[in-house]
Design a protein around this ligand. Structure first.
Ligand code: ADP
Ligand code: MG
Length: 589
């Protein structure tokens, strides 16, 4: 299935048929891996790094979409060291460039940057090197990587003419455009100088381009391909945040256990032979923990799985994954880690998914419910969602279901939860959300008047000022908007925000930035029926009834321990990390 390429000199491969599997083996594969290990110290490629390197070695135009921290830089740094000539990297920010150069120098890689801030004598030296490369006048090794800001391409004649000289002698290996979504006016980080990068193809038609981004919705992608004149690029997309999540969790487990917990990683981008080895090691018990996406466990039937820990985002997935525990018929635990403050993070990861919002909301509803039996919740969920039918429950009438008696909610001691009337705080939160665009964290801070000074003297208004995140500053006149601050803890405020989301009073709106997707909470039209009331109305009992159910701080389950042991007695379910986790038993049917 792997296509062999006969040479790995920088063949200029535009216009090649697009059917090559770049995740396969190539003539240069061993050399590529050896170089990665020797120079960067990495043992394995991540996500689509290898595919990007291979397509790059093959001289193709490439679009690489990988999450922030996914390792996009290796996709051009490694090939740059393997081929002759200089790779030009265009990056929007001086600080990003400086950071890269520092890391490259640490790894003893010859890289330079040429920006408006480069001292004159340094830029003279760089131009001299480029000139020498072009004329072949020196036998010094090629300069491999040159970082520039887009302004250099757009505005510096000296620079473009230096590039032209390199181009004439085939020493211009590639253009790399980092944060390539800045090209498009459709995106949120449009930069006019990026748009001028269209001249690259005009001036250097044979030089392949690699466009990199972490956030690139289809409309932005189309725009950038058009602007950069990349008609048939190879695309490497690893917007599988679940995959990187699995890697992240595995790394954390391994590092934080002082490298004692050997942890396997399994997701769709892991090579088949690596997957096979992991299966064996897991089966024979060498690897005790596998951090996996849904891709793992299709066909897995290992009797003695004692824990399935969910770091997940959909109820379908949770149900399906829990089925992997306790297949030997003994008790097993399925533990879902959840905090209210994760809600919008999860939502931001799923914002591009089909039915992403609905899925997140049903998961939030499930996770934040501290009372109803999990079995009944599942039954209702699956009978409501039309595309799934669970045989054992068939068309079970809700009323006919009895509580399972095993799950966390069935066994929760009543004294561990606290019920409070929260009509007023709910009204306040909605009013604040309506007056100021805010994320959940900001909303929670604003509502509690955090960081702000009192506006009036004795008992006067309170000004809430949210944490400063990035460039945004949010502030609200609490007295004016909500008649004062919300008298709940941070945790409780977040629980209430989730409740307002689940009940449809708040809505999520997504706003992609260069580095992540911000999720803002806005009042829905349903909320106006509530927020039109005055504070006096609310205090006199107008508006919908709102009871909040909160876990009491420090309330532990019966026999709960943070690192639960693997021996469980029948019917006893353990392990809830103090108000942060929700736990249920897998054997509930
Ligand atoms: P991005 O540009 O996608 O945000 P970077 O290229 O800056 O990400 O890489 C993020 C981090 O991941 C860096 O610290 C880098 O050293 C590390 N990294 C990249 N590739 C690998 C790999 N194959 N194995 C281990 N670490 C890697
Ligand atoms: Mg980067």
């Amino acid at each position: 299935r792997n296509t062999q390429r006969s040479s790995y000199s920088a063949s200029k491969g535009q216009g090649k048929a697009g059917n090559i599997d770049y995740m396969g083996e190539f003539d240069w594969s061993d050399a590529l891996r050896a170089k990665m290990k020797a120079v960067f110290g990495f043992n394995n490629f991540r996500l689509c790094q290898e595919g990007i390197c291979n397509a790059s070695m093959d001289g193709r135009d490439i679009v690489g979409i990988m999450p922030t921290g996914g390792g996009k830089s290796l996709g051009y740094q490694l090939p740059a060291l393997m081929v002759s000539g200089c790779t030009i990297v265009i990056s929007p920010l001086l600080s990003l460039i400086a950071d890269q150069i520092m890391h490259l120098h640490e790894a003893d890689i010859d890289a330079v940057m040429l920006t408006g801030a480069t001292p004159k004598d340094e830029s003279m030296r760089i131009y001299r090197r480029l000139q020498e490369m072009a004329s072949g006048a020196s036998n010094a090794p090629d300069l491999k990587l040159c970082y520039v800001t887009p302004e250099k391409i757009a505005k510096s004649k000296t620079f473009t003419s230096a590039l032209e000289k390199l181009y004439r002698v085939n020493k211009l290996a590639r253009f790399v455009i980092d944060e390539a979504h800045c090209v498009s006016q459709q995106g949120h980080d449009f930069r006019p100088d990026y748009q001028k990068l269209s001249i690259l193809r005009q001036l250097f038609p044979n030089v392949p381009i690699l466009a990199l981004s972490a956030t690139c919705p289809p409309i932005v992608l189309r725009d950038l391909l058009k602007t950069l004149r990349m008609p048939a690029p190879v695309s490497g997309t690893a917007a599988t945040p679940t995959g990187t999540d699995a890697e992240q969790v595995a790394n954390d487990l391994y590092e934080k256990s002082d490298r004692k917990i050997l942890t396997g990683v399994y997701h769709a981008d892991i090579r088949d032979n690596v997957k096979q080895r992991l299966h064996e090691q897991w089966r024979n018990g060498k690897v005790k923990v596998v951090c996996a996406t849904i891709a793992f466990g299709l066909g897995i039937d290992k009797g003695d799985v004692r824990f399935v820990l969910h770091h997940t985002k959909s109820l379908d997935g949770f149900y399906q994954e829990s089925g992997r525990a306790g297949r030997d018929g003994k008790d097993a635990d399925c533990i879902l880690y959840y905090r209210s403050q994760d809600a919008t993070r999860i939502a931001s990861m799923t914002c591009g998914d089909h039915n992403g919002k609905e899925k997140v909301l049903s998961m939030l509803k499930f996770a934040s419910d501290l009372e109803e039996c999990r079995k009944i919740q599942f039954a209702r969920y699956f009978s409501e969602s039309s595309n799934l039918s669970i045989n054992s429950w068939e068309t079970a009438e809700e009323g006919a279901l009895t509580r399972c008696g095993h799950c966390d909610n069935c066994t929760r001691p009543p004294e561990s939860i606290e019920c409070r009337y929260v009509r007023l705080p709910a009204w306040q939160i909605l009013r604040i959300a309506g007056s100021q665009q805010a994320t959940m964290a900001q909303l929670s801070d604003l509502a509690r008047g955090l960081g702000g000074a009192s506006a009036g003297a004795a008992g006067g208004g309170v000004k809430g000022r949210g944490k400063v995140r990035g460039k945004e500053k949010v502030a609200v006149d609490l007295e004016e908007v909500a008649g004062g601050k919300v008298e709940l803890s941070k945790e409780q405020t977040e629980v209430l925000c989730v409740r307002l989301l689940v009940d449809g009073y708040l809505e999520m709106s997504f706003s992609p930035t260069a580095y992540s997707v911000n999720v803002y909470l806005k009042p829905s039209t349903k909320a106006t029926r509530f927020t039109r009331f005055s504070r006096e109305d609310i205090e006199q009992g107008k508006g919908p009834e709102f009871t909040g159910v909160f876990l009491k701080k420090g309330a532990k389950r019966k026999g709960a321990t943070a690192g639960a042991s693997s021996s469980k007695k029948a019917g006893k379910e353990e392990q809830t990390a103090e108000g942060k986790g929700t736990s249920m038993n897998a054997k509930m049917t």
